[in-house]
Design a protein around this ligand. Structure first.
Ligand SMILES: Cc1ncc(COP(=O)(O)O)c(C=O)c1O
Length: 398
């Protein structure tokens, strides 16, 4: 039994598979040179690893051309690059109230500079209505960005339906797949998605500092950034050829090597469906256990369908951060509390003014014993919360 129960996999998966770490170390020790910039043997070998990673991720997202798989630092970086490349003053964008700050803040930033942004709310179960999104699209709408799976309430959005409506209206459709890449099959063609943005360190089981996007072949984006590519150095402007068109400066080659090893590890583990089922079994048991504890309030946690193994709750009598501290310090149960970088979600579920919620997100390495330990820990903290709420308060008269 491990010393602690790690239920913060929505923040980053931990631990990372030993095979991934080993591959990264071997890569950096033996081929850790700059790929593609020169023709010596080691550079070619490093380039081959990079190309293999591009190919593996292109296949993973149902893409057709590995040059359209571009790497970035993380999904925040990819989303910023995409949003800022597409939007200009006078344009309009549509997104949702489910978004992480990696979408909200770039949108707010552009809203300060003459872009109009619509934030589509979600319903009481935590889902956005594709028709509602379609109804917001105007002649000057340049992009629709939707969170594929919420990092707070765990709901999976009907992106194929949203994408179909965007296609009908000829508007670029991008998804933030930070929480879903590695847990759900993503086929951009079948899902009518134009750009999928991903991060490497969550369910893709790569290291932090990796991420990127797959840009469909019918889409061309003029980047808002420029810089060295290692190729076509005489050009004054960024090359108009993928992947260099959307990659700037030296890549995180060691991290990308890790992403490649992680792709192989996911396949060896039975693929995304097997991993998803494993994590959902634990999430459902956790949720059911918590539902029986007096004083625990769950939010949008119907885990029977279209849900990730992520959900949030509060414990009566205790602010979320205090409940999280008790779980951590007294029970070694690690969670994430607060607003989870998604303030509009907390406004929607009514927990914004209470400083958010506690989040549980089991992972692929979570065990049955750990789930039971976490349920027992919440029961004890809830008992304390109930005792505290019913204790007479000391009135001080002046
Ligand atoms: C839905 C969602 N979007 C974006 C992000 C940002 O990810 P990163 O910090 O890797 O860029 C996260 C991370 O928690 C997330 O859950």
């Amino acid at each position: 039994m491990s010393d602690f129960v790690y239920l913060d996999n929505a923040a980053t998966t931990f631990p990372k598979p030993p095979e991934v770490i080993q591959f990264m170390c071997d890569f950096y020790a033996t081929r850790g040179v700059n790929p593609g910039r020169t023709g010596f043997d080691l550079a070619l070998e490093a380039e081959e690893t990079l190309a293999d990673a591009r190919q593996a991720l292109t296949d993973f997202f149902g893409g057709t051309n590995r040059d359209r798989l571009v790497f970035s630092h993380n999904v925040t970086d990819a989303l910023n690059l995409l949003i800022s490349s597409v939007l200009k003053p006078g344009d309009h964008a549509v997104t949702t109230c489910l978004e992480h700050n990696s979408v909200l803040r770039p949108m707010y930033m552009h809203a300060e500079n003459g872009v109009e942004v619509d934030f589509v709310p979600f319903d009481a179960r935590g889902y956005v209505d594709p028709d509602e999104i379609a109804s917001r699209i105007r002649p000057n709408t340049k992009i629709v960005v939707v969170n594929h799976g919420s990092n707070v309430i765990g709901t999976i959005q009907p992106v194929a339906e949203i994408g179909r409506r965007c296609r009908e209206k000829g508007v670029l459709f991008a998804i933030d797949a930070a929480q879903t890449a590695g847990l759900l099959p993503i086929d951009i063609a079948a899902m009518n998605v134009d750009v999928v943005c991903f991060t490497g360190h969550k369910s893709l089981f790569g290291p932090s500092g990796t991420g990127g996007m797959y840009i469909s072949e019918h889409v061309d984006i003029t980047p808002c950034r420029a810089g060295g590519t290692g190729v076509m150095s005489a050009l004054k402007l960024q090359p108009r050829e993928y992947p260099w068109q959307m990659e700037f400066g030296t890549l995180n080659t060691m991290g990308i090597a890790g992403l490649l090893a992680a792709q192989r590890w996911i396949a060896d583990r039975g693929g995304v469906d097997a991993i998803y089922e494993h994590e959902m079994r634990h999430a459902r048991r956790l949720r059911d256990g918590l539902a029986e504890i007096e004083g625990v309030q769950l939010y949008c946690a119907d885990l029977s369908h279209d849900h990730l193994p992520v959900f949030v709750f509060n414990i009566g009598g205790l602010p979320a951060d205090q409940a999280g501290t008790f779980l951590d310090v007294e029970h070694d149960v690690i969670t994430r509390t607060g607003l989870h970088c998604a303030p509009q979600v907390h406004e929607g579920i009514g927990t914004f003014d209470d400083h958010g919620t506690v989040r549980f997100s089991p992972g692929v390495f979570t065990t049955d014993d750990e789930i039971e330990r976490a349920i027992d820990a919440v029961a004890e903290v809830a008992e304390y919360g109930r005792a505290r709420s019913s204790a007479p308060s000391l009135a001080v008269s002046t």
